[in-house]
Design a protein around this ligand. Structure first.
Ligand SMILES: [Zn+2]
Length: 352
């Protein structure tokens, strides 16, 4: 592998003050903060490269520097000891765990200080040569599932990464974590009524036309999903009853959440999609997805009904951003799309 030429990016030769920061929020970083973030991104990039050099299974290196509300920085890289997902930890989760352990040990040694742990910044880099950077980096859907909680993150948690885009000028992008997460304001409900109004977003209206789906079909999918909810006695351990359905061709495939333990269960959407895939011999096009279930939600813990992780999985192939997502809310039925629910601002581009 040719050595990367990063001379242009070395701290002594780059006028960090002139590096543009691109953001939707008019973020105002002091020069000191900007230099710190630049240096953390560069250091994370070097770690990601080193991780690939020593040979990780995926041949892709990611590394993240996180900064807590106590201004403690921690670095972590992706740990891939096999190709299966249960044995992999992404760079951002690795860094967060490192920060969490540090905070906990500090608290253990000095309990008077109190325990208050929030992630303020996440500086994400990859092993891609800095001269070849193009798009900005954001967490994958597995990580977003993990980050979709109020416990360690809040509305202000920012994600930084290098980006170049068409003009090839090195910039720092700043994105809010909440903008990559599903509608936090949407709470699903387990109260069914066939008289609820159907609210359709403008993008969902386009998908209704594309897939030739009318409101009767939407109501029918929701009703089938609700019926399975009523008859699900396989969730006695977690007590959280969730059903998912997929609509493909002119069929509805419904599956129940099955508990193994409180935290190990069969995710219903993933299973419904797998059944549909087998049935169609792999030629599956999912037109709509529907969830119905019990929302566990308070200010501290959020165990949502909809699986970000599974939406991320199915969007890779048999569904897309256009696929409809039907959700039963307290006073209405919301018809949106996977792309609206789970904004995709970066394509991982894994080739393994
Ligand atoms: Zn990830």
């Amino acid at each position: 592998m040719a050595e990367e030429k990063i001379s242009l990016e070395t701290i002594s030769e780059v006028d960090i003050e002139k590096i543009p920061v691109i953001s939707d929020y008019g973020i105002d970083l002091s020069l000191e903060e900007k230099i710190e973030i630049y240096n953390k991104l560069l250091e994370a990039h070097k770690l990601a490269k080193t991780n690939v050099k020593v040979g990780n299974v995926t041949n892709r290196g990611f590394a993240t520097y996180v900064c807590t509300n106590k201004n403690k920085w921690s670095l972590g890289t992706n740990f891939n000891n096999t190709r299966n997902d249960i044995s992999s930890v992404c760079g951002e989760r690795s860094a967060i765990l490192s920060a969490y352990n540090y905070a906990l040990v500090s608290y253990m040694k000095n309990p008077q200080s109190g325990f208050d742990f929030k992630i303020k910044y996440m500086c994400m880099s990859s092993n891609i040569d800095i001269n070849d950077y193009y798009d900005f980096i954001v967490p994958c859907e597995d990580c977003l599932s993990w980050l979709n909680t109020n416990r360690c993150f809040d509305e202000d948690t920012m994600i930084f990464s290098f980006v170049r885009k068409e003009d090839r000028i090195l910039k720092i992008s700043a994105t809010k974590l909440v903008d990559l997460l599903p509608y936090r304001i949407v709470k699903t409900s387990s109260i069914y009524s066939e008289n609820k109004d159907i609210k359709t977003t403008p993008l969902a209206q386009k998908s209704l036309l594309k897939f030739k789906i009318d409101k009767n079909i939407i109501k029918n999918i929701l009703f089938k999903t609700y019926e399975a909810y009523k008859n699900n006695n396989l969730v006695k351990i977690s007590g959280q009853n969730i059903i998912a359905s997929v609509f493909f061709g002119d069929e509805i495939m419904t599956f129940k959440k099955l508990d193994w333990t409180k935290r190990w269960f069969v995710e219903p959407l993933e299973h419904a999609c797998a059944e549909a895939m087998q049935k169609t011999d792999g030629n599956l096009e999912i037109k709509a997805v529907c969830y119905f279930g019990d929302e566990y939600n308070n200010s501290e813990i959020k165990d949502g009904v909809v699986s970000i992780k599974t939406l991320g999985r199915i969007r890779q192939k048999h569904a897309s951003g256009d696929t409809l997502l039907i959700l039963n809310l307290e006073n209405e039925i919301l018809v949106t799309t996977i792309g609206e629910y789970l904004p995709k601002k970066f394509v991982q581009g894994y080739k393994i």
